[in-house]
Ligand binder design. Sequence first.
Ligand code: 5RP
Length: 231
Amino acid sequence: MSTKPDQNGLKAAAAKAAVAYVPDNAIIGVGTGSTVNFFIDELIKIRDRVKAAVSSSDASTARLKAGGIDVMALNDAGPIAVYVDGADEVTKHLAMIKGGGAALTREKVVAAASDKFVCVADQSKLVDILGKFPLPVEVIPMARSYVARELVKLGGHPEWRMREVDGQMRAVVTDNGNWILDVHGFSIVNPPLLETEINQIPGVVTNGIFARRCADVLLLATTDGVEKRTR
Ligand code: 5RP
């Protein structure tokens, strides 16, 4: 009888392995999500040698501050030594889909401002071709319907991300005050090209393909241990 891998255990293992990439007394870029939450827990254990963090979401900021880690604005931080974040899908070329937690825009900015991007993920996230996970696209609210029509022209099936609040369906609002379209049906054979095409649609803030600034290191937790992959 086969047993299902302990996904939280794998996420925690990947997060623990990322501590090796944290330089002493540096400013660390911190992503968002359940895998990153394990990384924040590790950072808290070594907070005496962490100068500060730049965070990609209000949720991560709250967790970092609760653990006694200073959070700086990116504008005050200058270049960041290392950025640690999860992924919804990642290829062996270290291109990713991100944004399942709706934090894609700040994640993309902090990743771009960082010298090294370390992706932490469990084995379920590794794919040959990106796109089975619906691609998140952050849009300014007045452009939602127009952007959705343009995404259909590119072959996608956009769905407006909603969640239930007090029994009613409400639009998910990002930390930037925008909305998310989750685009189904893409088979993303050329990630940098589609990343650029979608970002050129007026009204798009950014999309969840991370190919132009992909990860430098992938720490992939498997049932046989944490594999390190680099570009
Ligand atoms: C949030 C993200 C996350 O990195 C991604 O959704 C993975 O999350 P998790 O570690 O919970 O599986 O992009 O916007």
